[in-house]
Design a protein around this ligand. Structure first.
Ligand code: SF4
Length: 454
């Protein structure tokens, strides 16, 4: 709008209300807009993808930039929030710029930053990048905020990952494209009980072509069939999450189906041969919790260094199969975390799944978790977005709605309020599961349809 148009607008007022523009509004409208630091530095919002080599291995970095900051994700396993200054530094370092050039850009983009401070910040983020190149416990994806960089940033505005059930390519391809467009860099395809192997491989290829981190989740007896794992490896799959319930085959097979334990262990070997990262997915129920130490030791001995846990839980009574009661979950979490640390297996927590009477425990376990943690959402093949916790209710449609509309929906706001509110107490200090929500509170469970209703 030029000056003449502005003056005219001030006289006539906005077209709808016909109220005249106040003098203050006119001054504000005429004042040149102050550029944000990222704009000054020439960094545009979007998703950037990099490969960084260290000691002969490559780490994939995704840098998601919004107008005020961003998130840096290393492979599928480590992430940190960044303020605008961190984004400028990370982008520069990942693009191979000299530290002095980056420090100079910081000084020009932020008022009051001295060259010495800028150089120290570049050095600090360079060290963070080095740590992220070989992720350890310092940056579990469960706890995204890097206190040194951005303690005040809420991690849940936009997910980092989506769990997407396998469907026909004409349904999946637009969703994968949209995930990339929205800056959601990681997808886990849920194979289900009888997947179309060719469609699964094509979905992984599509995700990889876009630059997404792509994982597949399923049971051993499904994924170890024929050449599927080798084909997925060739397509570039980054991780495969296998149901692994117990070191005892009879305990595992009672829930996952006869012969599945053998197939799951065979799949682990095959993944190792094809240099694909295996992740064990462990449902916690009475029978699997009983042998959890042995299970974690067996994973470590098979070279599986990552395990994701979720409880199948109920509020009252007793299930015939052994879902855990709400008041048993804290002790279960403590046992899992201690056993995982002893076995040096890195653990992730997914929200508990509510057990529905009328469905078998095995059916719950075979369906698996709703989403891979609180940095993730479930996206159904029709585009419906379901938050990781709470009722199975859509917050909006990924293909039709702007992310802001989904984020501001009542369903998503309720979920965020639940996870962001301070539910913590001092009963079990140091328990990682407490980072997002207290497991004993059913309001934070993934609740929803009976298995038979799906
Ligand atoms: S809020 Fe955290 S510390 Fe308190 S009981 Fe729950 S898990 Fe334990």
């Amino acid at each position: 709008m030029d000056l003449r148009q502005l003056m005219k607008a001030a006289i006539l007022g906005p077209r709808v209300s016909r109220e005249p523009m106040s003098f203050r509004q006119l001054i504000n409208a005429l004042r040149p807009r102050t550029l944000l630091p990222l704009e000054k530095a020439g960094v545009k919002p979007g998703l950037y993808h990099y490969l960084r080599e260290a000691n002969g291995t490559f780490t994939r970095f995704h840098l998601r930039v919004d107008s005020t900051g961003g998130v840096l994700l290393a492979n599928a396993s480590a992430a940190t929030h960044l303020r605008a200054s961190g984004v400028i530094i990370a982008k520069g370092l990942l693009e191979g710029e000299r530290p002095a050039v980056i420090a100079d850009r910081l000084v020009r983009s932020f008022r009051g930053v001295t060259p010495a401070q800028a150089a120290a910040d570049v050095d600090r983020l360079d060290r963070i990048l080095t740590e992220l190149t070989s992720p350890g416990d310092n940056y579990p994806i469960l706890n995204l905020a890097d206190p040194a960089f951005s303690p005040e940033l809420a991690p849940l505005d936009r997910p980092l990952s989506a769990d997407l059930p396998l469907a026909e390519p004409e349904l999946l391809v637009p969703i994968l494209d949209r995930l990339w467009e929205l800056g959601i860099p990681h997808v886990t395809l849920v194979a289900g009980e009888d997947p179309d192997a060719a469609a699964l491989v094509r979905a992984v290829e599509r995700a990889e072509d876009l630059g997404l981190i792509a994982g597949v989740r399923g049971q051993g007896s499904v994924l170890a069939a024929g050449t599927l794992l080798r084909d997925l490896a060739r397509a570039g799959v980054d991780h495969v999450d296998l149901t692994y319930l117990s070191a005892q085959p009879e305990v595992h097979d009672a829930l996952a189906g006869s012969g599945d334990h053998e197939q799951a262990t065979r799949a682990m070997v095959e993944l190792g041969e094809n240099e694909v990262c295996p992740v064990a997915e462990v449902a916690l129920v009475e029978s699997t919790l009983e042998g959890i130490e042995e299970t974690l030791q067996s994973l470590a001995s098979r070279g599986v260094g990552n395990a994701a846990f979720y409880a199948v839980a109920m509020t009252e009574g007793k299930s015939t199969g052994g879902a855990l009661r709400a008041d048993e979950l804290i002790e279960a979490a403590r046992l899992v975390e201690e056993s995982a640390e002893e076995s040096s297996v890195r653990y992730l927590w997914y929200p508990p799944v509510r057990f529905h009477l009328g469905s078998s425990l095995a059916a719950h376990v075979r369906r698996g978790p709703r989403a891979g943690g609180d940095h993730a959402v479930r996206v159904e093949p029709d585009g419906s977005v379901i938050p990781a916790r709470g009722p199975h209710v859509s917050a909006g449609n990924l293909l039709k709605d702007a992310w802001e509309t989904i984020r501001n929906s009542e369903v998503f706001c309720r979920y965020r309020r639940r996870v962001e509110s301070d539910t913590h107490c001092d009963d079990c200090p140091g328990l990682a599961i407490c980072a997002a929500d207290c497991p004993r509170n059913p309001a934070g469970w993934a609740d929803g349809r009976r298995v038979e209703d799906e």
